[in-house]
Design a protein around this ligand. Structure first.
Ligand SMILES: Nc1ncnc2c1ncn2[C@@H]1O[C@H](COP(=O)(O)OP(=O)(O)O)[C@@H](O)[C@H]1O
Ligand SMILES: [Mg+2]
Length: 597
């Protein structure tokens, strides 16, 4: 049977794999089987080929025996030729069948993995923001990429080769007994010892594999964090500390991997030694019987060959065990992801979303991410066509308010209505399609500039993209980068902060939303860029209902109403002049940020 080497260490990643007893291995396999079912014919073909491969394999020593006893022993060259030819055919057949088997198995595994990966990503797309708050990015990446491969390994290396091994061993025992039962018993006497030691090693390996997996997870999450945060690490000269910490993690991982390798070597040596003893016993026992004429030389050679085959599955045990263990751990994580039900609830028959007629209302809305409340009993109305600013200290709940309106989270208490309809009663898709959300940290994706503006919507004509870029006065910058089809690097690294902001405005304008939600970037830009942003914003806002989390006085001043948040509470509201005159929190904020009296 073909043996699969342990897979890439990547499939061992993730730090929450050790949830002992959460799911039985059998249940896990059953859940993943769902993805194999559409390709079951391939798996079946591989399984059906097993007896063929096994028989052709086991036939070979028998043919050697016949060649020796019938051909060479009787000096019958015609017979010898016949058996040698049969032996060659047998070998050829075994190789062809083996190839077909791996081909079918790989095809089945790869297809199922492909489906599983699609399913995982589709599932991720439907999960609410709360899930992503908790899950580290690196962990989710591994789920969809390497963890999905677990499925392939589980069936290729695990299930099928296990069935193959069992069949081969059974066939071997039967053949040995038929050939010469006394000699067979000598060989089989080693079986209990083998079984016992296999079980012992399995237990030792299990513990070390778990440990090394945990250590690998720790190392990769450290790596992920530090590669992503490299600018900070370097700017704060944390290289030495990071190097040391990584060294420790790496060392711990090396130790446990080495322990696994040592056990593996012990097992290998032990099985080798045992097989040598069995062969020695065989020779000693056979010699006596051959002298008595009760045994032919051919039978002895065949026995020797068979005994060798007998030990192969055991020698590979630890390799297979490693593969199965990591595959099971990955499978458990995968199933965990697929069964996460952190979607925002939707009605079975949601109401249709009509265009905004009158107003958006927050009615006694409270929300918290965990223990501490982020919004407390917030109520306000935004009328159609109004421009409302939200201001407050950092952490006062401004972004949270916007995210609730977009339904990235649902309020813990209270409700948000649009024209009197609770937003939870409209389908999520319809609801979100009314908005353009310009976030505080602009998210540019890899791809062309045009793709970033249209977000890959093929229905959006190029003329609209160009018009939006022109209106936002960002066309010049785009042309400088080489036009609309020029690439945007990861996280928009090849654009300045101001340009990124303008691009995100243009993206919102492309969508031509009814309602604009804008989380203004706090980063200070030079006064020329500031003026450019302001002008662009005016164009973007024209004729739209807007909720702006504002940090620039120039933006705030032009709003119809200002909501002042403090520790999640709405503490003041009104126009700029009125609030300023009142001398409350808003006046203080203005003084602090703009030096205004
Ligand atoms: N994803 C999150 N998980 C847990 N707490 C959060 C999360 N986002 C924000 N918070 C907390 O909620 C409060 C309000 O945050 P936020 O709305 O982002 O404030 P603002 O935008 O006004 O600076 C803060 O105390 C913040 O620490
Ligand atoms: Mg914020």
């Amino acid at each position: 049977m073909s043996v699969h080497r342990p897979s890439t260490p990547a499939s061992l990643q993730g730090s929450d794999e050790d949830r002992p007893g959460k799911l039985l291995d059998r249940e896990l396999a059953a859940r993943l089987l769902r993805f194999v079912r559409p390709h079951a014919h391939l798996l079946l073909a591989a399984l059906l080929l097993l007896p063929a491969v096994g028989t052709l394999d086991l036939l070979q020593p028998m043919l050697i025996k016949l060649a020796i006893d019938e051909g060479m022993g009787r000096r019958d060259l015609a017979q010898l030729d016949r058996y040698v030819l049969l032996l060659l055919l047998c070998m050829l057949g075994a190789h062809v069948a083996g190839f077909l088997q791996s081909y079918a198995l790989q095809l089945c595994g790869q297809r199922a993995t492909h489906d599983l990966r699609n399913a995982a990503f589709r599932h991720l797309l439907g999960l609410g923001s709360a899930y992503f708050d908790r899950q580290p990015v690196g962990r989710l990446l591994t789920r969809v990429t390497s963890d999905a491969d677990a499925l392939n390994e589980m069936f290729a290396a695990g299930l099928v080769s296990l069935v193959g091994d069992v069949l081969t061993l059974l066939g071997l025992v039967v053949i040995l007994l038929c050939l010469d039962w006394k000699l067979a018993l000598v060989c089989l006497a080693s079986a209990p010892v083998l079984a016992l030691s296999a079980e012992l090693f399995r237990r030792m390996l299990r513990a070390t594999f778990r440990q090394s997996r945990r250590q690998l997870a720790a190392m990769s999450s450290f790596l992920h964090e530090h590669v992503q945060g490299m600018p900070v690490v370097q700017a704060y000269q944390q290289e030495e500390r990071a190097r040391q910490r990584f060294g420790e993690l790496n060392e711990a991982y090396r130790r446990s991997t080495f322990r696994a390798a040592a056990y593996d070597a012990c097992l290998f040596a032990w099985v080798e030694a045992l097989s040598t003893y069995v062969v020695a016993a065989l020779l000693w026992f056979a010699a006596g019987r051959m002298a008595a004429g009760a045994l032919t030389f051919g039978v002895l050679v065949a026995f020797y060959k068979y005994v060798d085959r007998f030990f192969v599955p055991l020698r590979d045990l630890s390799t297979k065990y490693a593969v199965m263990q990591s595959a099971l751990a990955a499978a458990e994580r995968m199933v965990g992801l697929l069964e996460t039900q952190e979607r925002l609830p939707e009605l079975a028959h949601p109401l249709p979303a009509a265009p905004l007629r009158e107003r958006i209302s927050f009615i006694d809305v409270s929300f918290s991410y965990g223990q501490r409340p982020a919004l407390v009993h917030v109520s306000f109305d935004v009328h159609k066509g109004q421009r409302v600013a939200v201001v407050g200290h950092t952490g006062s709940g401004k972004t949270t308010l916007a995210r609730l309106l977009l339904r990235q989270y649902d309020p813990v208490a209270g409700r948000i209505e649009i024209d009197g309809v609770d937003i939870r009663h409209v389908s999520l898709r319809d609801h979100r399609s009314r908005f353009a959300f310009v976030t505080q940290d602009v998210q540019l994706l890899r791809g062309t500039i045009a793709d970033n503006l249209s977000l890959g919507d093929p229905a959006l004509p190029r003329s609209r993209i160009v018009a939006a870029a022109r209106a936002m006065q960002v066309e010049e910058a785009i042309l400088r980068k080489g036009g609309y089809d020029a690439p945007v690097l990861e996280r928009g690294a090849n654009f300045s902060l101001g340009e990124r902001q303008l691009l995100s405005f243009a993206r919102a304008l492309c969508r031509d939303p009814e309602i604009l939600v804008l989380d203004e970037a706090t980063a200070s830009v030079d006064s020329q860029t500031e003026a450019q942003l302001q002008a662009a914003l005016e164009v973007l806002l024209a004729g739209r209902t807007a909720i702006i989390i504002a940090h620039r006085l120039s933006t705030i001043r032009r709003c119809d109403e200002i909501l002042v948040l403090h520790k999640g509470r709405l503490v003041e509201r009104g126009r700029h002049e009125v609030l300023l005159a009142r001398g409350g929190l808003y006046a203080k904020l203005c003084q602090l940020h703009f030096g205004e009296r």
